[in-house]
Design a protein around this ligand. Structure first.
Ligand SMILES: [Zn+2]
Length: 114
């Protein structure tokens, strides 16, 4: 797995956490359970830190996708994109042309083969 991909996945996880903290109903629920919600600044700082490690081009693509989709980056196990359920071209899976990060031609999500 390339560094770009590893950092991108971490960024996506982080964004999900940030979304949850920002979500008012979740926040209230957590506060009622006795959690203090002071972590947002730290999360945003970690986000900045992560972004500085990823190529600008990939960050731009990710930011654009994550505005549209809950999950911008998805693992694939078969020849189907789990975002849009479109079939992926076989060239993605042949050993000569196989890449670490591929793009679904149908929905544009960032995919990686596991
Ligand atoms: Zn797709």
């Amino acid at each position: 797995m390339s560094d770009d991909l590893r950092f991108l996945l971490a960024l996506q996880d982080l964004d999900i956490m940030i979304r949850e903290v920002k979500d008012k109903s979740t926040s209230r629920e957590l506060e009622n359970m006795g959690f203090e919600l002071t972590g947002l600044d730290e999360l945003m700082e970690a986000r900045e830190n992560l972004i500085s490690k990823i190529s600008t081009e990939m960050v731009k693509r990710y930011e654009k996708l994550s505005k549209v989709y809950q999950m911008a980056i998805l693992p694939i196990t078969g020849e189907i994109c789990l975002g849009c359920f479109g079939k992926l071209p076989t060239k993605f899976f042949s050993t000569e042309t196989r890449k670490d990060i591929i793009t679904c031609e149908n929905c544009g999500r960032i995919l990686y083969i596991i």
